[in-house]
Design a protein around this ligand. Structure first.
Ligand code: ADP
Ligand code: ZN
Ligand code: MG
Length: 488
């Protein structure tokens, strides 16, 4: 029997506002800050401390909802979700239970079978919990993260392969970064994924029993866990068994999902409306004001790059995945259209997605840390196009600029890398090398064309790579053919 996987995702993304959701404590990097420095009676859950909602967090959630093509509620409500856990001092988490701010949206992604829409069921706000640290047999708690605004995004069960899950996860993270609401830093836990997975016989329209996988803190873990869980469930069904609805954890070291005693199955949350916060009434004018502030979104930018700059889909996708890379590229393109020689956007795209990305990967650097400015990159490409340096030297100069922060011009001058453009000088070197290698000349004259390349290599070596290989090629051929004419 053939099975079809069905996957829905729940994503928790911290809203990186200045202050927490219901108090004035700052939102800090909870992996770096001194524990329990940024806590007050409200986020420590002291009885009687009154919460005040963070308007910016509500605005950013609406902004995200609009970018995800959602309907924005006119009325939204915070509830108390009651449960006991040591990272939750108030013993309830505030969350928008059945009155979320945003509903019924979608995000378009690219798949092997073309573009697809993944439905967004809801987007709502809740508050993050503190963090437990298990050290040397004791458990410590840090409340810096307690009360940080947390946006929950829930998809429809619309994905049917790990490729789609990965494409969606990447597209969503990129979108949140474009909106400036979340840094997308998975290692710091500011964005967290949970996957709901079921399988069903192909052609069946009812959903199968699902499991929910928690603690997926990298794209790799997300992909591996979903892949593993699909196979596990297919195995059970093939053997005539039944999948049990349960919460699983992902054990990255063993590469498998393991059943977890989820706190939510232990008891019921007894949701009730938060008595300390009035219902939120969202005016249509405010929604339109926020809509007007939507930036150009990743997909639109990718399509514009394809159309306006004549890039391939792949290049456009690579350049727009990080909005700061896209900005860097566009700054370079703007600089490149004044001045000589004019550069094609495609040429710049090729240098960025090729050489520059290679250097960034090697050094684990983000574009904002790169010391080669767009201006320097354009200057470098121009030197290559003008023939002042050859392509290989160009790559070496870029590496040097990347490492030292010097401009390409400084490097070329300091190292005397400018290409040998004096044709007579080059001709002299070609002559010497041909003179010194009579055997190779002979085999060329007997028809071994390949020897030509060898001669070019020798000349390039003699010039320390500073000659234009094409020009050398012409000169070598010219000299060898002159020999042929002389010997005939
Ligand atoms: P909860 O986890 O609170 O019970 P929901 O029932 O709304 O919430 O579902 C949570 C997520 O699980 C959603 O992303 C939804 O798309 C997904 N989901 C629900 N049923 C299935 C299923 N049978 N197979 C795969 N995913 C599912
Ligand atoms: Zn506080
Ligand atoms: Mg769930």
């Amino acid at each position: 029997m053939d099975f079809e996987p069905v996957i829905g995702l729940e994503i928790h993304a911290e809203l990186q506002t200045r202050s927490k959701m219901f108090c004035a404590c700052p939102v800090v990097d909870s992996t770096a800050a001194e524990p329990n420095r940024y806590v007050c009676p409200v986020c420590a859950g002291m009885p009687g401390a009154l919460p005040v909602p963070n308007q910016r967090a509500i605005e950013w959630t609406i902004l995200t909802g609009l970018a995800l093509n959602c309907e924005i509620a006119e009325y939204s409500l915070f509830y108390r979700k009651n449960y006991f856990y040591p990272d939750l001092p108030s013993e309830y988490q505030r969350s928008m239970y059945d009155y979320p701010l945003c509903r019924n949206g979608y995000l378009e992604i690219d798949t092997l079978h073309g573009p697809r829409r993944v439905g967004i069921r809801r987007v709502h706000i809740e508050e993050d919990t503190g963090k437990l640290l298990h050290v040397g047999g004791v458990t410590l708690v840090d409340f810096n993260r307690s009360g940080v605004p947390l946006m929950e995004i829930v998809t429809e069960p619309d994905m049917h392969s790990v490729e789609e899950v990965k494409a969606f996860a990447i597209a969503l993270r990129t979108l949140l970064r474009y909106l400036g609401v979340n840094s997308g830093d998975m290692e710091k836990g500011v964005i967290r994924f949970e996957a709901n997975v079921s399988v069903r016989p192909k052609g069946e329209t009812r959903l199968g029993t699902r499991t929910e996988i928690k603690n997926l803190n990298s794209f790799r873990a997300l992909v591996r866990a979903v892949e593993y869980e699909i196979q596990r469930q297919i195995g059970i069904l093939c053997a005539g068994g039944q999948v049990e609805q349960e919460t699983m954890g992902w054990d990255d070291a063993r590469g498998m999902t393991v059943p977890q005693r989820g706190k939510e199955h232990a008891h019921d949350y007894r949701y009730f409306p938060e008595p300390d916060i009035p219902p939120l009434v969202i005016s249509r004018e405010w929604v339109e004001e926020i809509r007007a502030r939507l930036p150009e979104l990743p997909r639109a930018r990718m399509q514009r790059f394809e159309q306006i700059y004549g890039l391939t889909r792949r290049e456009a996708a690579l350049l727009t995945e990080d909005h700061q890379v896209a900005d860097y590229f566009e700054r370079a393109v703007t600089l490149a259209c004044h001045g000589e020689p004019a550069l094609e956007p495609r040429t710049i795209a090729a240098w960025i997605t090729g050489e520059l990305f290679r250097l960034m990967n090697e050094a684990h650097q983000e574009i904002q840390d790169v010391r080669v400015s767009p201006k320097s990159l354009v200057e470098l490409i121009r030197m290559v196009q003008r023939g002042a340096i050859n392509l290989n030297t160009g790559k070496l100069v870029l590496r040097e600029a990347f490492e030292t922060g010097e401009t390409p011009q400084q490097i070329v001058e300091a190292k005397g890398l400018a290409q040998i453009r004096d044709v007579e000088a080059l001709r002299g070197i070609v002559f010497q090398i041909i003179e010194a290698n009579p055997k190779e000349v002979e085999s060329y004259l007997r028809g071994k064309e390949g020897v030509l390349k060898w001669f070019v290599g020798q000349v390039m070596r003699a010039t320390r790579g500073q000659a234009d290989p094409q020009r050398v090629n012409e000169l070598v051929r010219e000299a060898l053919e002159a020999r042929r004419a002389a010997s005939a």
